[in-house]
Design a protein around this ligand. Structure first.
Ligand code: EPU
Length: 442
């Protein structure tokens, strides 16, 4: 049965919210865990469908896995792998599972991994991943929708990426861990998730330096140098940025815990320029509030440390009711403005020309029936609905569930009037708000 969010907007969000582990980090750590024999335990694992998919990919290779959702931990014991194949049924559900290619190449020197197909937000090719592995000595064939990579031995190489691709940097890092000699990745991605992966690998016994800069060096180590570990995932900067946006959009005030503010410097700077108040209360705690109408700004999405593309839609929601005209240029993906027609349905005044969006702030948005086209576009519509007048219904929640742990519960604890209902329930029921029940929301 399909589900929808029913959201009554207009309530300023207030209270405290705790950020979970970073989706885009933990998925890679899980893949990296298969490099070592023994039981590796990862903490601060968010409860997301993407995590379940990655667990299935890893379990399908023969690794033993235990997912303790209460403890927010996963144990992966890859002592005995029985397969080198990541099936299309699994990879097609989540592109990030393609990261298993580099991990399998390290561990088994052979991998058969389904090529991820098209993606709603852009072409998202994997050519840099393939070229990187070839540079390390892998022979690669693409047949029947699968990448079949094989090497007698992998040898360190100098690899310069055409663009600082996150996934390619990670796949090459993983493949190079047990290679002979040194691998140097130039124009490497610098995202915090890359640093987390490097820290994880080094704790495992690998020798990776330079992560977080544009040049990463991996000195190959011997398999017996790798060992099982315990490791805690970094907080999710995009989830944190989403709650920052939600407090600001609703003219609320809240405290965000378990955030690494340094991972959000560019985004925070733009929010401050728009007129939001952001205070660092403790090293990992932010207070975010906004009383007045925001001012418009312009920005271009860029690889880290630039403005994160994953928060572009969130910023567009904020600009939709800001004072003046804001221009967004999306430079990473060809099709990441899918929230635009939905925001227009709420009354936003947005003109889109290829990868530019010109947003003329209106006084207010009004609730509407909306469709989540992808994860971040979907989340930005939730924030838009929370600040709009009236009721919105959002469908295609499976996109949002990929990346936001307990989204509606967390928002309800902040006073957000949001409910998840089965689509079959057509007539609006009583709205339950936190512990208060029986408030009709229409
Ligand atoms: N690209 C290529 N060829 C390649 C690799 C990338 O042309 O071989 C292009 C892509 O088509 C894209 C650009 O390079 O236009 C950037 O892609 P990148 O490889 O950096 O992204 P990714 O690894 O596929 C990760 C995140 C994305 C996030 C981007 C950029 C994960 C699982 N995904 O994707 O997160 O937008 O980095 O920061 O880590 C999300 O969480 O909603 C999400 C899409």
């Amino acid at each position: 049965m399909t589900q929808k969010f029913y959201i009554k907007g207009g309530t300023p969000l207030k209270g405290e919210v705790e950020i979970g582990g970073a989706k885009n980090s933990v998925l890679k750590l899980m893949a990296a865990a298969i490099l070592a024999k023994g039981a590796t335990k990862i903490y601060n694992v968010p409860d997301l469908t993407d995590v379940e998919i990655m667990l299935n990919v890893i379990a399908d290779l023969g690794a033993k896995t235990v997912y303790d959702k209460r403890e927010k931990s996963i144990v992966i014991d890859a002592t005995d792998l029985t397969s080198i194949t990541a099936k299309y049924e699994l990879v097609s559900k989540m592109r990030a599972s393609f990261i298993i290619l580099g991990a399998l190449m390290s561990r088994c020197k052979e991998a058969i991994v389904a090529l991820p197909g098209g993606c709603a937000i852009g072409e998202r090719r994997v050519d840099f991943h393939i070229k990187g592995l070839e540079a390390l000595g892998a022979k690669i064939k693409i047949e029947n929708g699968y990448v079949h990579a094989k090497a007698n031995k992998l040898t360190g190489a100098d690899i310069c990426l055409d663009i600082p691709s996150v996934g390619a940097t990670e796949n090459i890092m993983l493949a190079a861990i047990l290679a002979n000699g040194a691998t140097r990745i130039q124009n490497a991605a610098q995202e915090p998730e890359i640093v987390d992966l490097a820290n994880f690998l080094n704790t495992l016994g690998a020798d990776v330096s330079g992560a977080g800069t544009s040049e990463i060096v991996i000195n190959g180590v011997k398999p017996e140098q790798l060992h099982a570990i315990e490791y805690t995932t970094i907080p999710d900067r995009i989830e944190a940025g989403t709650y920052m946006s939600a407090f600001i959009a609703t003219r609320g005030k809240g405290i965000i815990k378990n955030v690494f503010p340094a991972h959000l410097t560019f985004f925070t700077d733009k929010l401050l320029k728009m007129g939001a108040n952001i205070k660092l209360l403790e090293p990992n705690v932010l207070e975010v509030s906004c009383k007045n109408r925001l001012n418009s700004i312009n920005f271009v999405t860029q690889p880290y440390p630039g403005f994160p593309t994953d928060l572009q839609s969130m910023a567009m929601t904020l600009l939709s009711t800001a004072n003046g005209v804001g221009i967004i240029t999306e430079s990473l993906y060809e099709n990441r403005f899918m929230q635009v027609p939905e925001l227009r349905r709420m009354g936003a005044d947005i003109h889109q020309d290829r990868n530019h969006a010109i947003i003329k702030g209106v006084k207010k948005l009004t609730g509407a029936g909306l469709v989540a086209s992808d994860l971040r576009a979907g989340a930005s519509l939730v924030v838009a609905a929370l600040m709009a007048d009236g009721v919105s219904e959002i469908e295609n929640l499976h996109h949002i569930d990929r990346g936001y742990e307990k989204f509606e519960s967390k928002l309800r604890l902040l006073g957000g009037k949001i409910e998840r209902r089965d689509d079959a329930i057509v007539s609006p029921q009583n709205f339950t708000e936190g512990k208060q029940k029986n408030e009709s929301y229409i």
